[in-house]
Design a protein around this ligand. Structure first.
Ligand SMILES: [Zn+2]
Length: 151
C-alpha cells in the first residue's frame, strides 16, 4: 500500500516558488508540515515575510498539486510563528539560487556576486525585481544582480 502521507508530502514539496521557479517551497523552507487529519491533508506553510503576495499563489499551487495527486480534502494553513528566516533555506536551494543568478541571503552588506564570486559589491536598490529581493551591482564584473533579502 502506498503511503498517502508520503505521497502528499512529495506533491507539496515539489511546488515551485512563483517568483523563483528554480526553487521549490521545500528548498525555501516555506513548507513546514504535511499532516493527515482524518481524511484531510493539512499543509502548514510559513511565509518568507508577512504579507508576501506570493503566498496566496503558493497556497493555490499546493491545493492544485495535491488535487492532481488524488487528494480531495486539503487544508493549507499559514503559520507566522516562528517566523521564517533565511536559515531555513536548504543548501540545495542556495546553490540553485546562485546558478539562477541570484545571490543567496547574506547578512553582510556585501553579498558575493553570483556571476564571479567577488565580494566587491554595492547595493543599488533595496527593492529588486520583487519585494523579496534587493538589487546589487558587482564592482568586479560590473553585472547587476538580485539578492534574496535577509529577515
Ligand atoms: Zn561579479
Amino acid at each position: 500500500m502506498v503511503d498517502r502521507l508520503a505521497q502528499a508530502r512529495a506533491a507539496a514539496a515539489a511546488v515551485e516558488d512563483p517568483e523563483i521557479p528554480v526553487l521549490t517551497i521545500e528548498d525555501l523552507g516555506i513548507l513546514r508540515h504535511v499532516q493527515l487529519d482524518g481524511d484531510t491533508i493539512e499543509v502548514t506553510i510559513t511565509p518568507t515575510y508577512s504579507g508576501c503576495p506570493a503566498m496566496t499563489v503558493i497556497a493555490r499551487e499546493i491545493e492544485g498539486a495535491l488535487t492532481r495527486a488524488g487528494f480531495s480534502s486539503i487544508r493549507v494553513r499559514s503559520v507566522l510563528s516562528p517566523a521564517w528566516t533565511t536559515d531555513w533555506m536548504s543548501e540545495d536551494g542556495r546553490r540553485k539560487l546562485r546558478e539562477y543568478g541570484i545571490a543567496p541571503p547574506d547578512p553582510s552588506a556585501h553579498p558575493a556576486c553570483p556571476q564571479c564570486g567577488s565580494k566587491n559589491t554595492e547595493l543599488i536598490s533595496a527593492f529588486g525585481s520583487t519585494a523579496c529581493k534587493s538589487l546589487h551591482r558587482c564592482l568586479t564584473c560590473r553585472e547587476p544582480f538580485d539578492t534574496f533579502k535577509c529577515h
